[in-house]
Write a protein that binds this ligand. Structure first.
Ligand code: ACO
Length: 327
């Protein structure tokens, strides 16, 4: 059977580091509170000159380099993002042009923190349907530009970054085994960004008030649904493949915060050694957390041929999903 196999990973994190101690000078918070409630120690912030497509392009170049292929070999580019350069065209089209991937068609997926797993699911279906040979899947975000930096409830949680993987359709056991995606639009009010679009026009009065365009979140409520959904969708992936939690070599969850990850891992009966966590270094980079984590895990030697990798994400929408793959 032919499967979509990961043959390259790459990530890019902006240079600027914002620590919890920097945040202490900006809002009424402290390092101990942030670490205890989230596990986050620092996050990266994109330079004014950097756009989401720039972060995505750099991550993609590194993934292509590892795969040892040229951009013109890519048939499809999907970018999971909620902070794209423009409402349209798609950031994926800008990345396609930056890379010179002239044979690829390109589009974005808007699924918030689940953006990467949704994109990976799309690209897998595309390859398995025989529509192409290679796909580039990217998660890229500049959340620092849609955060209310005076709101301590949210500004301590998020960061900027990008990660990418190259998929190649290959015969054999390695590759994506299954994907399971879900949505529930009834939870909109718990996590969303009004922004400026057809529902919310950029009148002078609206622009004057950051409440009209910054991220909104009811953290407590999100926490509960996130843990439940991440657990259920992970179990769904294992059951569909007749595998158990003991078979998982590495669990790469969306890096929202350490407490969500630990609560999910406990419900799945996974050990610390089975779970990859880097939220302490980058905070929540939404659709970018999983590909960044996958790239780091690979480069740390944690992913070897035959490793069983379980990914699970949850985000605004609500959206959630899991991907099970054999490395
Ligand atoms: N520093 C200090 N105190 C703070 C801060 C802060 N940065 N933020 C909130 N507080 C205060 C609150 O004002 C509140 O004070 P009060 O008791 O005087 O009213 C107190 O801390 C407790 O607030 P809670 O919201 O109950 O704190 P909680 O333990 O729930 O932690 C948190 C908040 C970290 C946001 C948690 O709810 C959470 O992790 N939620 C998930 C949100 C998330 O990860 N969203 C990302 C997008 S979705 C996703 O990626 C899965």
């Amino acid at each position: 059977m032919k499967r979509a196999r990961v043959i390259g990973t790459g990530s890019y994190l902006p240079e600027k580091i914002l620590t919890n101690f920097d945040l202490e000078k900006m809002v009424d918070t402290n390092n101990e509170w942030i670490i205890a409630r989230t596990g986050i120690e620092q996050r990266r912030i994109a330079a004014d000159s950097e756009n989401t497509s720039d972060l995505a392009t750099k991550a993609a170049e590194r993934a292509l380099e590892m795969a040892g292929i040229g951009a013109e070999e890519i048939d499809l580019i999907v970018v999971g993002t909620i902070t794209g350069d423009y409402p349209w065209p798609a950031t994926a089209c800008i990345v396609q042009n930056n890379l010179g991937a002239k044979n690829a068609y390109a589009y974005d997926v808007s699924a918030a923190c689940s953006g990467f797993v949704y994109a990976l699911s799309n690209a897998t279906d595309f390859l398995e349907a025989g529509r192409g040979q290679k796909a580039l899947v990217i998660g890229s975000e500049i959340l620092s530009r849609v955060i209310d930096w005076s709101d301590r409830n949210t500004c301590v949680l998020f960061g900027d970054g990008a990660g990418a993987v190259v998929l190649d359709l290959q015969e054999g056991e390695a590759g994506v085994l299954s994907t399971h995606m879900h949505s529930d639009g009834s939870y909109l009010e718990l996590l969303y960004q009004p922004g400026f679009s057809t529902r919310n026009l950029p009148t002078p009065e609206a622009i004057a008030d950051p409440q009209n365009y910054t991220l909104k979140m009811q953290g407590n409520e999100v926490f509960k649904v996130a843990v439940r959904s991440l657990t259920e969708v992970s179990k769904e992936a294992l059951a569909a493949n007749k595998l158990s939690h003991k078979d998982v070599d590495l669990f790469i969850p969306h890096q929202a915060n350490r407490r969500i990850l630990e609560a999910t891992a406990k419900r799945l009966k996974l050990t610390d050694e089975q779970c990859f966590i880097n939220v302490n270094k980058y905070g929540n980079t939404s659709g970018a957390t999983i590909p960044i984590a996958m790239d780091e895990a690979y480069r740390q030697g944690l992913l070897k041929e035959g490793s069983l990798v379980l990914m699970a994400a949850f985000g605004g929408g609500f959206t959630w999903g899991s991907v099970l793959l054999r490395w």
